[in-house]
Design a protein around this ligand. Structure first.
Ligand SMILES: [Zn+2]
Length: 547
């Protein structure tokens, strides 16, 4: 018979309604055999007592319901973001506050490169913090005129390149006529490239040579390290292409004995018809394993609010910017919902603007009438601008929501003064309204857009502090215990996985986040600073210090 290990901890926060706090948890075969006192658990038979967590607090392993494993791959490029950020090896890279600082960091990286032809790639630039100023090719030429250089923005939708990169792509000539490629006074491309159309021809020359949303083998392993450091044991990959090769790779890597997380990739609704993607996901589902869950779809209705590409209802953008873009047309969304409901395939839909949310609601209602589907758990992802009436509609349609709580901190000030204005900025990511309305709710990071870290995300939902230190939308704050539920069972529910993860209860997978202190006894303003010792996933122990 398999060995039973009983872990003693300072406190175990179980999220189990009948026994919310215990001192011991017994694990056998990677599953939870029981929770309670040592005496109660000893009656299961021979055991080994493990007290390495005696000074720690255990919670259910965190479930990140909206992130992208591509972050693992991005870290092989130079980080040039505005905020401090930890890489998979635990090094904290300081945030850069000026273009000069970005150029300096690129120069340092360039000095260490041995191959003179190799491209220099960087990521996470966000000029919205620098008066939205454009970075020109001449500025990047200060780093090198002979080596191609490319910087991907935090949003993933814009790239800055130097002169050499434009030459290699054949764009260093007058007469380039493309809305995504602005020209300088000399008639030559200025350096920024907007949108996939403009970025794709240059990307391969600057080191972004795959479809950006795909994660490679080393990236998937590095992503696993980020999960351990953040206390995450189940993580989505919310817009994967899931080619045959990438599915094979993900199956192989996640099956390795020391792979520390369960990954849930959703096939993005792009480049396939609704009929094809539903059939494809039906065929993928049986290939699921303990650590790779296949068979779900992600649809994208609109763009991003800070990029002014989200679809807003009247009165539109606060600064008068024109309305955003439909990434998926309403008719296509309708077709997808009908077919997915008929086939029993779950769809998560990205909607940022409130018009996009309305479109998803309007398309789902008739589809549900045609294909009644109890417990479908179709989930709106981001859903940042939904108002109270839309939450009521979500509840009556049986929908879930996964709100982008981190946005308050990262872009809250910009939403207030620039994108949607004060009133709508205060109702963004309305966690309180969602819960009060009875809509099942999760909260997320959208890593790599913001860093993976459910305790930070919980902090953001509880405090709603912007980067400048203001509380924005006081009435939409939630309690610490509600936020802890959202990052465990709340997210598990949106994935139909609440029966196997998200709480510490008998029969569930032995997945724990191991914390240095107790989030329920911490000043809510310090939630984000709680140390994560590591994780236990499927009964296997992963200390962050050993990564
Ligand atoms: Zn995303």
């Amino acid at each position: 018979m398999a060995e039973t290990i009983i872990y003693a901890a300072r406190k175990i926060i179980t999220m189990a309604p009948s026994r919310p706090e215990v001192s011991h948890v017994a694990v056998r075969d990677g599953r939870i055999l029981g929770i309670g006192t040592l005496e109660e658990l000893a009656s299961w038979g021979d055991y080994r007592l493990d007290d390495r967590f005696a000074g720690k607090v255990l919670m259910p392993g965190f479930v990140e319901g909206h992130a992208h494993t591509m972050e693992g791959t991005l870290w092989r490029n130079v980080y040039v973001g505005w905020f401090d950020r930890m890489d998979p090896d635990g090094r904290v890279w300081s945030g850069l506050k000026s273009i000069d600082a970005v150029v300096d960091r690129l120069r340092e990286a360039e000095a260490q490169m041995t191959d003179p032809e190799a491209p220099l790639a960087a990521w996470a630039l966000d000029p919205i913090y620098m008066e939205n100023r454009r970075v020109t090719r001449q500025e990047l030429d200060q780093v090198s005129t002979t080596r191609p250089i490319g910087i991907l923005h935090a949003s993933g939708h814009i790239m800055n390149v130097n002169t050499r990169a434009l030459e290699l792509a054949g764009l260093m000539k007058p007469g380039v006529n493309h809305p995504g490629i602005p020209l300088g006074e000399d008639g030559l491309p200025l350096g920024p490239l907007y949108g996939p159309d403009a970025m794709t021809p240059v990307g391969p020359h600057v080191g972004f040579d795959r479809a950006l949303t795909d994660c490679d083998e080393r990236g998937l392993r590095d992503y696993g390290k980020l999960c351990v450091r953040a206390g995450v044991t189940t993580c989505t990959d919310l817009a994967a292409r899931l080619t045959d090769d990438s599915v094979d790779m993900m199956l192989r890597v996640t099956a390795e004995d020391d792979y520390p997380a369960c990954i849930v990739p959703l096939r993005v609704f792009f480049g396939m018809s609704a009929e094809e993607i539903v059939d494809y996901c039906v065929s993928l589902k049986p290939r699921s394993t303990e650590r790779l869950r296949l068979g779900r779809i992600k649809a994208v209705a609109d763009g991003s609010i800070q990029g002014f590409s989200a679809r807003l209802r009247w009165p539109g953008y606060y600064n008068g910017a024109p309305n955003g873009l439909w990434y998926t047309a309403p008719e296509q969304m309708s077709d997808l919902y009908h077919r997915a409901l008929a086939a029993g395939v779950q769809v998560h839909t990205h909607t940022n603007g409130d018009q996009a949310t309305q479109m998803a609601l309007d398309m789902l209602e008739p589809a549900l009438k045609a294909h009644p589907s109890p417990d479908h758990r179709f989930t709106l992802q981001h859903c940042q601008m939904a108002d109270a009436a839309q939450f009521r509609k979500m509840r009556s349609l049986g929908m879930n929501v996964n709100l982008f709580a981190n946005h308050h901190f990262y872009w809250g000030d910009e939403h207030y003064r620039l994108t949607v204005g004060p009133e709508r900025a205060c109702r963004m990511n309305a966690c309180r309204t969602a819960l009060d309305t009875g809509v099942p709710m999760a909260i997320h990071s959208d890593a790599p857009v913001t860093p993976l870290g459910p305790l930070f995300t919980a902090w953001a939902a509880v405090n709603r502090i912007t980067a400048s230190g203001r509380v924005q939308g006081e009435a939409e704050r939630i309690s610490v215990s509600e936020a802890l539920y959202a990052i465990t069972l709340g997210a598990a529910y949106t994935l139909h996985m609440d029966g196997e993860v998200g709480s510490i209860e008998v029969g569930k997978r032995a997945d724990f986040a191991v914390l240095d202190s107790d989030p329920t006894q911490t000043d809510p303003m310090a939630l984000k600073d709680i140390g994560v010792w590591g994780t236990v996933q499927g009964g296997r122990v992963f200390p962050a210090s050993a990564l």
